[in-house]
Write a protein of this length. Sequence first.
Length: 133
Amino acid sequence: MRPRPLSPHLQVYRLPLTAMLSISHRITGVMLSLGLLAIPALLLMMVLAPKGFALVQAGLVSLPGKSALWLWIYALYFHACHGIRHLVWDSLRGLDKRHLQRHNLIELGLSVFLTIGTFLLTDGRSLSSGSSP
C-alpha cells in the first residue's frame, strides 16, 4: 500500500500575492497598534519626565528612528488601502482573478504613492538633518 500524499507545506508552496497582502495587512495592523500605544506613553513622558522624552526624541531623529517612522507611515497607508479593498469585496465586487491581480497592484502602488506624497509634502523634514525650520 502506498503512503497517502502529503499536503504541500508553505516551504514548497508559493503563496499568491493576494494571500501575502492579507498577511501583510495583519502585520501592519499590529505595527499600527504598537505605534498608537506609544503616543500616550510619549505624551506622559513629556509631562512627567522631560529628560527621558529628550532621549526618546534624540532616538527618533536618528536614522533608525526616522526609518521606523516612515515604515509606520507606510504601514498606515497600506493598511488603509487594504481596508478599502475589503470594503469593495464586501459589496461582492472585484472577487474574480483578473480584478484581484489588478487590485493587488493598485493597493501596493497607491500605498507607496501616498507615502512618497507625504514625504514630499513635508519636504522630507523628518529625514533632514538639523533642527526644525
